[in-house]
Structures are given as C-alpha cells and as structure tokens.
Design a protein around this ligand. Sequence first.
Ligand code: UD1
Length: 416
Amino acid sequence: MSVIVISGGRRLEGCVHVQGSKNSVLPILAASLLSGCVSVIHNCPDLSDVAASVAILEHLGCRVVREGDTITVDSSTLDRCDIPEHLMREMRSSVIFLGAVLARTGEARLSMPGGCELGPRPIDLHLWALRRLGAEIAEQGGNLRCSARGLRGCDISLTIPSVGATENAMLAACAAKGRTAIYNAAREPEIVDLQDFLCTCGASVQGAGSSVVVVDGGVPLHTAEHRVISDRICAATWLAAGAAAGGAIEVEGVPREQLLPVTDLLAQAGCGIREEAQRVTLTGDGRLRAVPPVRTAPYPGFPTDAQPPVMAAMTKGTGTTVFVETMFENRYRHTQELARMGADIRVEGRVAVVCGVPALQGARLEAADLRGGAALVVAALAAEGESQIGGLHHLDRGYERLTETLRSLGADIVRV
Ligand code: UD1
C-alpha cells in the first residue's frame, strides 16, 4: 500500500496553476447525458472520482474518450437507466446521476449512495425535489426505482441550500415541461458552472449564483463544448500549505472572490495576501496567530471543505482559534491525527478549539477522508522531521498530482 513521505520544515515557493474543479466536473459529466449528443469537456482533473463518473457513463452505454484533460462524452448510444451498487458505492456524489438519468430516459434504477466518512448524508431533499417535479420514487431495500412520465415545471423550495439537491433539481427540470423555480438554491460557483454547461447545450437556465434558479424545461439540447472552472478548494489547500510551512506561493486560475473567506482568515492570522482577479499570492513565516471563530457555512461563507486544511495550518502558532463545523457532523477526524503530531485541539460536538503550539512533530498518519487527508499533508509540511501518510485513496479522489505539485513548490515529498 502506498504512503506519502514528507520531510517537513521546508519553505514553499512558487506558482501553482490550480486543477479543474472536482465538484464541477462531476455534475457536468452527469449532465452530459441530457443532450443525447456529444459533449466535449475541458479541464477535467485526473481523479478517481472522475474515473468513477466515467465508469457510470460507460455502463449506461455512453462512449467516453479521455485525451489529456479533455473528456468527450457521446451520450447518443445510452441504452440503459440502471446504475449497479458497486458503481454507486464508489462515490457518494453519484446520486447526481439520478436527476440526469431520469431527465434523459424518464426512468432510473439505482442503489442508495452509501453512508460516507463525513457522517450521515441524507438525500431526502434530492428525492423531494424530484417528486415535486412529478417523479414517482420507490425506495426499497436500499434501492431506488424512479419513473417520470412527463415531468412538469414547478416551484421547489429547499429547506437547506444543498448543492447536490440543487443540481439534481436543475438537471431534472431541464426535461420538465414549463418553468421550474428552485428557491433557497445553493449559490456555489459549481452551480454556476453547471448552469453554464447546460446553457451551452441549449438549455434555458438562469439565476445560478443567486438563491433562485429558474429553468425553462423541455427545450431540445445539442452538442456542447465547455471548460470546467478551477478548483477553489484545491487553491485553499495550497494557500493553507504555504501559510503553515512559510514561504511565498501563488495560486492561479481561481477568481479571488471565491477564496475570500480563506484569504481573509489567513490575512488576519498574519500572512501577507496579494490579490489579482485570478491570482492570489501568499507570504508567511509559518507561524500564525489566532483569529476570531471560524464557522463553516454554505457559499459564500467559509467552505466546510477548507476547514480541515486551514485548521491544520492554525495548529502551529499562537493563541486560540475556535472552529464551528455547521455542515457535516463527522468532519473532525483529522484532529486525532493532528494531535499525534503535537497539536493541541479539543473537540466537543461541532466545535473544535485549537490552541496554537510552537512546533509540530512528524508522525505516522492515516487519512480518514479527502479534506482530512489534505489537513495531514499541510501539517506534515510544517512539522519538524518526517511524516508518513496512508489512506491515499481518499486524497486521490480530489487532488491531481499532489506530490508533484508540492515538490514543484520545494516540498520534500514522495509517494512510495
Ligand atoms: C457538496 C460537495 C462537498 C461539500 C458540500 C458542502 C460535491 C460533489 N460535493 O456535497 O464537497 O462539502 O457540498 O459544501 O459537490 N442535506 C440534507 N438532505 C439532503 C441533502 C443534504 O439534509 O437531501 C444536508 C447535508 O447533510 C449537509 C447539508 O445539507 O448537512 C449540505 O449538504 P450538500 O450541500 O447537499 O452537500 P453535497 O452536495 O453532498
């Protein structure tokens, strides 16, 4: 089994061109089913979650070709509407195929996406939105059988601005007759990217980025070419790494406003931050000072996905910082591993209290989830001595060429 070995304490210096966004490319690959034509999707990161989506598309009968970072999906050959359990299990976000398959075929059969490492992640809002649009959904023994003879546009008001439920509702609404308005929609940049892709296919979707998304459905779709946006969570991870290890790093390709919650926090913690439209430069000495409480929240609040790597950076420094994780129950599993490196973190329910320590020590560590794994990498880069990090399949879900990227910044990191 491979591990990452990091000798910490090296300054990081250089520029990272940020990879394509995982959370954008997954729904866009699912959306490529809708047109029944060819979709050419550029800037697709090379990740196991992307491979899992491609496997689902191929199982459904699509022809998929990957050349470099471009994935071409021909969904004209789609010939089935079921997704077997082993493909659903690969990745929780495969639930996004529900709305897409239903929109394309009027039927979908798939197993419930399994529980996940962040705690229970219900799909009640996804199912509720699809039922509002006229889908009949039977849940039996972990399986979902959905049919929709004629979806109809309607008003959908989400009780939580769920990213996945907003995306599923948008996809299904493209096939519904008439207008659908999704209220309290998620406002994440990835929702805007999905809207942009759907519009390029010829769909009529507006409002993404605000809390009301309006879809005029039933419009025939066509061939499309689209470039996926850059990954703001990867950018946040590289900034956290620079803040923790010290140095001067630039992240390029993500609009500065998408990073504001993270750059504002790191600036308050004592880092130098310079921003241009699509580039953020961070300078720091690797010792951060405490900041006011950090509460994760839906966009444009502080992203839950950036909480673990930013917390890792805050462990080395002075003062006490409180984190409140409002999105997912079980998102502090990295804290036990950070404690093994000498971090002082107390967790009580959704609150973690981080007291800065003068130094972290390298240790043998195990990633328990994707962003928790990124937190361990950040801490190991800042620690004295050597760390070994296992559980790399989690990191492979979301970070393309992680070791190469960090090595290009001067880190002493290898995968063995
Ligand atoms: C997406 C992201 C994930 C990110 C999360 C929050 C993808 C592939 N994943 O996940 O990286 O951490 O947004 O920014 O884009 N909820 C319900 N019922 C539902 C759906 C959600 O109660 O039917 C709750 C969840 O338990 C959670 C909250 O809503 O507490 C937000 O979850 P949601 O926005 O749906 O996250 P995902 O789409 O799963």
